[in-house]
Design a binder for this molecule. Sequence first.
Ligand code: PGA
Length: 251
Amino acid sequence: MAREITPLVAGNWKMNGTGAALAEVSKLAAKLSEGSGPNCTVVICPPATLLDRLSKAASGTAILSGGQDCHPALNGAHTGDISAQMLADAGARYVIVGHSERRANHAETDELVRRKAEAALAAGLIPIICVGETEAERRGGIADAVVATQLEGSVPDQWSDFGIVIAYEPIWAIGTGLTPTIADIAEMHDGIRALLLKRFADRGEAVQLLYGGSMKPANAADILKVQNVNGGLVGGASLLANDFHAIISAA
Ligand code: PGA
């Protein structure tokens, strides 16, 4: 019998937002404080420049904060990079690693993503490890194999202390308005769960599996109903409090 898993809805602001965007955080916090509060964990991953301010603004609310990337090293001569410890110091509880935009724009390999996830865990952060196939890979019938390889290489062996989150984000669905069919999402998430159970036995049961890629108020309820979908990683629709709140309410 599958364990009851608290859903997680995480917003990925990407390279969007200056100080003015914090007004959306206050608005969302106010909405989330109505009634008995959200049924899920709510995380916002703003650009690094806003992390400290957002963490402070969200303190005492239902919103947690996270980074969008971290360097695998603790510190050192890495101009422009940010360590997991620095994110934690700025109030983060989570960090996205291996997002497809980083894999593509910064040539990040599975091995590098795994080391970033390990750095996150060492700093007390929960890594949200992203995987997902391209459109050509889906059309070529190798989406399952691609995702399995990414999981094998990107997920650390050791994570018992803090846990990990996996986000399945088909690259062709990100920012395009396209989404896989519900059946395809269900099949992929079942497959990911099976791989985690095989590799980590019982520990794999509790890992939150998020779907990401054009999740919005109109499709969130249907996607979040799918067995083995334990939440969402939301880009565009997380920028506005009203849209993000509608998705959180669907979880
Ligand atoms: P999107 O982005 O919701 O704008 O498609 C999702 C993501 O990249 O995490």
